[in-house]
Design a protein around this ligand. Structure first.
Ligand code: GLA
Length: 787
């Protein structure tokens, strides 16, 4: 009975909402948008926001309107956009709101197409975007506190938001524009607890021209109370499959009359270099949205169309360093190239039922794709023939100290003595991919992704030239690590043992620093020569032209090249890396020309063969890794016999965080969690997040963590490897493979001994927390476990 009543109520609410939403279309008349009793009010009537998240800088301006129409044909009534500070103010005080940065034009196009707009002007946006949208030049003030009330940060933020206000302030609904809501900061709960800062950002946004429009905050259901301001609307972010009632439980308790909105309902997920392409099933997405519509809950589908991280704009995730790929396909309903997918049609079919009986607009025609026959490169500008005039410096300098935002830097020093044995070269720290050469001969690499920081050098002679060629990848966009300096961030040391075994440690000084920024001008100004037998695979820039009789979208296959960036007709179209999963780069037809086109490939590793071709289909899920993606090496078998558990117990069933306190503190570096079984005897074992607690019962930093072992990891159906238990994302999780029997074990390496008094654990977010652990044992040791 209770259920029937619930259904009737849900249908009534949904019905009312449908009526309101169908009549509502963004026109250019003055309107109103506000908060009513458990609902948003548009022009005084209940309104359900059906928003599509799309990001203007990830779509060529020429295609903006097409993508907007695609969203509309899905049944969406609103577009949700971030404003990316760092693309608009690439140099301090120099602003650009033109061309692909013309946010005013984008918002007006939305209005022209009858769509409302939600604006999320940051300052921080996360979004898998370089430094979460913050400009790198903020880091020139080395001790800056980002996303806090640091006077310089706040001063720059205020200046920027004022510029945003100049573009969009008169486009809010009560002034006749389509903007119905504006967001204050972004998921601050996963960064810190600082209401005075959030209040200051709110005041700046208000002052910038968003004086009357509705303001809101978005966070996770587990942490939104930390920074929730009394006068702002609170919305929740969560992904497909999440238990929706659970996600809004706390909000309903605290604010029973608040409208509900999932401000980011994740349709898919982002990809990192060296990991499988992420996918999420269509069914869970469609069911989730249907469930929200049935309850009158507003949503924004993140992403409805992901697009592309052109040039160097992809960010990186942390803890650790996990740079994102160029494609931001996101497994979204509209794919990277703006094409429909099965997911698109499944969603559209369902959304059509929530359109007040009216037909959805027709799906716009896709842009044609073309293939381009093999283009052979005939010209190369070798790295070593193209070093600019160096900067002389006693110490190494970071990119920021060199006033360089992106690209590469080559650091050179001369060895001042003979070292007759091998030595260890240690870089503190190389951000992000360093290649080491002695007298221009390649010795090896130090890759931040793998937490590498040293390399063995052969015997050296006085006068030998040591080069460290550092390529920066995207700055971290998540967590405290967003303060991500590039290049060599501190120092370089060389150490070796004398015959009597005493250790010598030399702090290397006297550097020549060659700056190699990655702008198009620098790429064209290099000295290109004909490719020959000697230079055909060298590190450097490769240039070619190719003729087209018709243009169209295409996917440039980079499989023959190593690692670097591509420029076509002056457009930086993104990074490539042979390790994958992305092997092709999306090339929009609107940036190609009939007749002659130019392509420049900057390859920091050197190609196997200098040629590319244009494909009609993308390759975004092809890994080329030397080692396995999993943490268990061949032949490894964890042996816990003889180990004494530090603690054992049982976890409760159901969603949400649980905390366990040990009887007495334990110390060690390696923590092994052994799961003995799961609730309801399910076949596999999953953990979304885990924290270890220190002497004061507080969470230990997970920055230095890595996974030393996991007996089993599902990397077939997605990226469900052990790292997911500390990736700061509650919606992603470690999972073993179906059918692999309990017990399951995972070992965290904390990188140093720590005292632990307990742990906090989060199972999966789906209803009933599927595959959650029941009985477990914990082992803690200073030495590695026996395998
Ligand atoms: C969070 C952020 C978004 C994005 C998603 C993951 O919700 O707010 O900007 O980073 O995670 O794609």
């Amino acid at each position: 009975m209770k259920n029937i009543l619930k259904t009737i109520l849900a249908c009534t609410i949904a019905g009312t909402m449908m009526m309101a939403s169908s009549n509502a279309m963004a026109g250019d008349k003055v309107g109103s948008f506000g908060i009513g009793d458990k609902t948003f009010l548009l022009n005084g009537k209940p309104f359900v926001i059906k928003a599509a998240e799309v990001h203007y800088p990830r779509i060529p301006r020429e295609y903006w309107e097409h993508r907007i129409k695609m969203c509309k044909a899905l049944g969406m009534n609103t577009l949700c956009i971030y404003i990316f500070w760092n693309i608009h103010e690439q140099q301090e005080g120099v602003f650009n709101f033109t061309d692909n940065n013309d946010i005013r034009h984008f918002v007006k196009l939305a209005q022209k197409n009858g769509m409302y707009v939600i604006v999320r002007p940051g300052p921080y946006v996360c979004a898998e975007w370089e430094m979460g949208g913050l400009p790198w030049w903020l880091l020139k003030k080395k001790d800056i506190k980002l996303r806090e009330q640091d006077p310089y940060f706040m001063e720059r933020l205020e200046i920027f938001e004022k510029k945003v206000g100049e573009q969009l302030g008169d486009l809010t609904i009560e002034k006749g524009g389509p903007i119905i809501m504006v967001q204050v900061e972004n998921e601050y709960g996963s960064y810190g607890e600082d209401k005075p800062y959030i209040s200051a950002v709110r005041d700046i946004i208000r002052k910038s021209g968003f004086d009357k429009v509705e303001l809101f905050q978005c966070d996770w259901s587990s942490n939104f109370t930390k920074n929730g301001l009394d006068d702002l609307t609170w919305t929740m972010n969560f992904g497909t499959g999440a238990n929706i009632d659970n996600e809004f439980k706390k909000l309903s308790q605290l604010r029973p009359n608040s409208p509900k909105m999932c401000s980011e309902f994740w349709s898919g997920w982002f990809d990192k270099w060296g990991g499988r392409h992420e996918t999420r099933g269509a069914q869970a997405m469609v069911d989730g949205i249907r469930a929200m519509l049935d309850r009158g809950i507003s949503f924004s589908l993140y992403m409805t169309h992901g697009g592309t991280n052109w040039g160097h704009w992809a960010g990186a995730n942390s803890p650790g360093f996990a740079p994102d790929v160029t494609s931001y396909d996101y497994d979204a309903p509209i794919n990277e190239a703006g094409q429909t997918t099965d997911k698109y049609f499944e969603l559209r079919e369902m959304m059509a039922k929530y359109n007040d009986g009216k037909k959805l607009p027709a799906v716009p025609k896709e842009f044609p794709t073309i293939s381009i026959p093999t283009v052979e490169f005939k010209q190369v500008a070798p790295l070593y023939d193209n070093l600019p005039t160096p900067i002389e410096s006693t110490n190494t300098k970071s990119f920021e100290e060199l006033n360089q935002g992106w690209g590469c830097v080559l650091y050179r020093t001369t060895i001042s003595q003979n070292i007759n044995s091998e030595s260890v070269l240690k870089i503190t720290e190389a951000h992000d991919y360093a290649q080491i050469f002695v007298n221009k001969k390649f010795i090896g690499k130090i890759d931040r992704i793998n937490r590498e920081n040293s390399i063995i050098l052969p015997a050296l002679k006085e006068g030998d030239v040591l080069d460290i060629y550092v390529e920066a990848l995207g700055r971290i966009n998540f967590g405290r690590a967003i303060k991500d300096f590039k290049g060599i961030t501190e120092k370089v040391e060389l150490s070796y043992n004398l015959k009597n075994n005493s250790k010598v440690n030399i702090d290397l000084k006297g550097w020549q620093i060659y700056c190699l920024p990655d702008d198009y001008k620098s790429q064209t100004e290099m000295k290109y020569v004909a490719i020959n037998e000697q230079n055909k695979n060298c590190r450097g820039n490769y240039r070619a032209t190719f003729k087209l009789s018709k243009v169209g979208d295409t996917f440039i296959n980079m499989e023959k090249f190593g690692k670097g960036q591509v420029y076509v007709n002056g457009h930086a179209i993104g990074r490539f890396w042979e390790i994958g999963p992305q092997q092709t780069l999306y090339m929009p037809g609107c940036w190609l020309k009939k007749g002659e086109n130019e392509i420049i490939v900057q390859d920091v590793l050197g190609p196997k063969e200098a040629s590319v071709e244009g494909l009609q289909e993308p390759i975004i899920d092809k890994l080329n890794l030397k080692g396995p993606q999993t943490h268990r090496l061949d032949g490894q078998n964890l042996d816990l016999s003889g180990e004494k558990p530090a603690h054992s117990g049982s976890l409760k069933a159901g969603n949400g965080w649980q905390e366990v306190k040990f009887d007495k503190p334990v110390s060690g570096r390696y923590v092994c969690l052994e799961a003995l079984n799961s609730h309801w005897n399910r076949e596999y074992c999953c953990i979304a997040e885990i924290y270890l607690l220190n002497e004061n019962g507080e969470r230990l930093s997970r920055e230095p963590w890595s996974i030393a072992y996991a007996d089993d990891e599902d990397v077939q159906s997605g990226n469900k490897n052990g790292d997911k238990i500390f990736d700061l994302q509650e919606s992603t999780y470690w999972s073993t493979n179906k059918g692999v029997k309990f017990p399951h074990s995972i070992i965290i390496d904390m990188n140093q001994d720590q005292t632990i008094t307990g742990f906090q654990i989060l199972p999966r977010m789906e209803e009933g927390a599927p595959e959650s652990i029941k009985d477990y044992r914990i082992y803690v040791k200073s030495a590695p476990f026996k395998m």
